[in-house]
Design a protein around this ligand. Structure first.
Ligand code: PLP
Length: 540
C-alpha cells in the first residue's frame, strides 16, 4: 500500500467518524430521541474533561450542553398537562429499577448522562399544574435560572471576601423584606429552612433576656423558662424547647378556635398559670398561616399580652409571609406583625422561590452577632481591608452557608414587587374559586371550614356516603376514604393532593394552591379526577 493511499484511507475514516458524530448531534439537536452525547465525548471519563484537561473545552461544553438538554426536556414535561405527575413504584420496586450502586471504577460520561435522565424520569413533578400536595410547589423558571447560576458560582456565604455580590444582594433583599414587615432597621439572615429560622428566633429571644446564657449556660438562668405556641403550630416550634434545653413539657400548647386560630384569652391564662408557679414565660410563637389549616393567629391581641408580661413575640410566617405583598389580603391576617420581635418568612413556599429559601428577621439591630458570634480567627479577622460587618458567617450557628439569595433576587427582579403581589392575589382567588366549586358540588365534596389562605380542607364523598346525614360516624368513614383515594391517585399518577387528621377530625384532604402553573381548569380537573377515581370506594 502506498503512503498516499494510506493517508487517503485515514482521511476517509475521519470523514465517516465526523459524519456519525454530526448525525448524533443533529438527532439530539432536533429533539429526536433523548439527548445523547457523540461517541467521541460519551466514551470519555471524568479525567478527560475540565478541570483535569485544560484543552478539553469543547468536550466539557458538549457534556454540559446535553445535561442541560435533559433539564430542559424535564421543564417541558413538568408544564405538559398530558404528562403524568409520577410513575409510582413501591420502594422495593424502585430499588430494583434503578442502578444506584457506587462503582469501584469510573463510569463514562454517557452513563452519567443516562443517570441524569433516569433520575428525573422517576422523580415526582412537583411543578406540574396538577400537583397540589405540598406548601412548596411549582417550578419558577427565573428562580431556576438563578439556582443554576448559584451552582456554577459555587461559593460560600460566610465572608464578603468570597461572595461580594451575593452578600450585597442579601442585604438589599432582606432590608426590603424587613421594610415590608414594617421595620426601618433590624437584622436578618437566610437559614436552611423555616424550622431552623424558628430556632434562630428562639435563641435570640433567650439571649435577649439572659445574655449571660451564652457563656454561663443553663444554670445561670434563674428558673424554668416556658414558651407558648398554639396547638396548630408547626412542630419545629416544639423542637426549639427540646433542642434549647427547656424540655418539650415547657413548650405550652395554647388552644385554638374552630378555625385554628390561637385563643388569646387562653394564652393569657396559661402565662399566668406558669408565672404563679414561679416559672419564667419568655417566648410566644404566633403563627401566620398554619401548616394544615392556613389559619392566622390574632397578632394584635397576642402582641398586647407579650407586652404586658414582657415576653418575646415571634411570628412564624413561614407559610403566610408571602401575603405581605398583597394589599387585598394582608389585612387583617398580618395586621400587627410589625409589633413582633422576630419573623420567619419562607420565600420557598408561597412565593415559589426554589427550595430552599427561608429568612428570619429581627427588630433588634446586631442581635444575631451578639447571640451567635464565636469570633473564629481564621475566618473573621478584624483587621481586614473592608468593613467586617459585611461578613455574615459569625451571625449564624452554622459555619458555611449556602447561597439561597441569588434565585430570589433574580426572581424579584423579574417579577417586580408588583408581580409578587399579583401572584399572591391570583393564588388566593384560585383558592376562592375552589371553595366555590366544592360548594357547588356539595353531594360529592364537603368543605370543612372557610379558609383564610390557600389551604382548602375538605372531604370527598364516594357514592356510598352521599345523601346521608353528616355526623361523627360519617366523618370517621370519610376519613377512611382519604387513604383509599390517595392510594388510587398515587397509582394513577394524574393528580396529587395531601391528607392528614387533626385534633378535631379524622383524615381530611388539604389542598394547596401555591404554584403559578395552576388555573381554574386545573382545579376543575382535580375535583373531576378525584371523583373519577373515587366514586366507587366503599368503606366500613
Ligand atoms: C413549613 C413550615 C415551617 C418549616 O419550614 P421548613 O422550611 O420546612 O423547615 C415552619 N412553620 C410553618 C408555619 C410552616 O408552614
Amino acid at each position: 500500500m502506498s503512503k498516499l493511499t494510506l493517508d487517503g484511507f485515514f482521511s476517509y475514516c475521519k470523514q465517516i467518524a465526523e459524519h456519525i458524530q454530526l448525525g448524533e448531534r443533529m438527532a439530539s439537536l432536533s429533539g429526536q430521541g433523548t439527548p445523547k452525547l457523540t461517541s467521541a465525548v460519551g466514551n470519555l471519563y471524568y479525567d478527560s474533561i475540565q478541570p483535569y484537561r485544560e484543552d478539553a473545552n469543547a468536550q466539557t461544553r458538549e457534556f454540559l450542553a446535553r445535561v442541560v438538554d435533559v433539564l430542559l426536556d424535564y421543564v417541558q414535561q413538568v408544564n405538559d398537562r398530558n404528562e403524568k405527575i409520577l410513575d409510582f413504584k413501591m420502594p422495593e420496586e424502585m430499588q430494583k429499577a434503578l442502578d444506584l450502586h457506587l462503582p469501584e471504577e469510573p463510569l463514562p460520561l454517557k452513563q452519567l448522562l443516562e443517570d441524569c435522565k433516569i433520575t428525573l424520569k422517576n422523580q415526582v413533578k412537583t411543578g406540574h399544574p396538577h400537583f397540589f400536595n405540598q406548601l412548596s410547589c411549582g417550578l419558577d423558571i427565573i428562580s431556576l435560572a438563578g439556582e443554576w447560576l448559584t451552582a456554577a458560582a459555587n461559593t460560600n456565604m460566610f465572608t464578603y471576601e468570597i461572595a461580594p455580590v451575593f452578600i450585597l444582594m442579601e442585604n438589599v433583599v432582606l432590608e426590603k423584606m424587613r421594610s415590608m414587615i414594617g421595620w426601618k432597621s433590624g437584622d436578618s439572615i437566610l437559614a436552611p429552612g423555616g424550622s431552623v429560622s424558628n430556632l434562630y428566633a428562639f435563641l435570640a429571644a433567650r439571649h435577649h433576656k439572659f445574655p449571660q446564657y451564652k457563656e454561663k449556660g443553663l444554670s445561670s438562668i434563674p428558673g424554668q423558662l416556658v414558651m407558648f405556641t398554639s396547638d396548630q403550630c408547626h412542630y419545629s416550634v416544639k423542637s426549639c424547647a427540646s433542642v434549647g434545653g427547656l424540655g418539650t413539657d415547657y413548650c405550652v400548647c395554647v388552644p385554638s378556635d374552630e378555625r385554628g386560630r390561637m385563643l388569646p384569652a387562653e394564652l393569657e391564662r396559661l402565662v399566668r398559670y406558669h408565672k404563679d408557679r414561679g416559672n419564667i414565660p419568655f417566648f410566644v410563637n404566633a403563627t401566620s398561616g398554619t401548616t394544615v389549616l392556613g389559619a392566622f393567629d390574632p397578632l394584635m391581641e397576642i402582641a398586647d399580652i407579650c407586652q404586658k408580661y414582657d415576653m418575646w413575640m415571634h411570628v412564624d410566617a413561614a407559610w403566610g409571609g408571602g401575603l405581605l405583598f398583597s394589599k387585598k389580603y394582608r389585612h387583617p391576617r398580618l395586621t400587627g406583625i410589625e409589633r413582633a420581635n422576630s419573623v420567619t418568612w419562607n420565600p420557598h413556599k408561597l412565593m415559589g422561590t426554589l427550595l430552599q429559601c427561608s429568612t428570619v428577621h429581627f427588630r433588634h439591630e446586631g442581635i444575631l452577632l451578639s447571640c451567635n458570634a464565636m469570633s473564629a480567627e481564621y475566618l473573621f479577622m478584624t483587621d481586614k481591608i473592608y468593613d467586617p460587618r459585611f461578613d455574615t458567617g459569625d451571625k449564624v450557628i452554622q459555619c458555611g452557608r449556602h447561597n439561597d439569595i441569588f434565585k430570589l433576587w433574580l426572581q424579584w427582579r423579574g417579577k417586580g414587587t408588583s408581580g409578587f403581589e399579583q401572584l399572591m392575589d391570583r393564588l388566593m382567588e384560585l383558592s376562592e374559586y375552589m371553595v366555590r366549586r366544592i360548594r357547588e358540588q356539595s353531594d360529592k365534596f364537603y368543605l370543612l371550614l372557610e379558609p383564610e389562605m390557600v389551604n382548602v380542607s375538605f372531604w370527598y364523598l364516594p357514592r356510598q356516603l352521599r345523601g346521608l346525614p353528616h355526623n361523627r360516624d360519617k366523618e370517621i368513614k370519610l376519613g377512611k376514604v382519604c387513604a383509599k383515594l390517595k392510594g388510587r391517585m398515587m397509582q394513577a399518577g394524574t393528580v396529587m393532593v395531601g391528607y392528614q387528621p387533626d385534633d378535631r377530625r379524622p383524615n381530611f384532604f388539604r389542598n394547596i394552591i401555591s404554584s403559578a402553573a395552576v388555573t381554574e381548569r386545573d382545579v376543575d380537573f382535580l375535583l373531576a379526577e378525584m371523583d373519577r377515581l373515587g366514586h366507587d370506594i366503599v368503606v366500613d
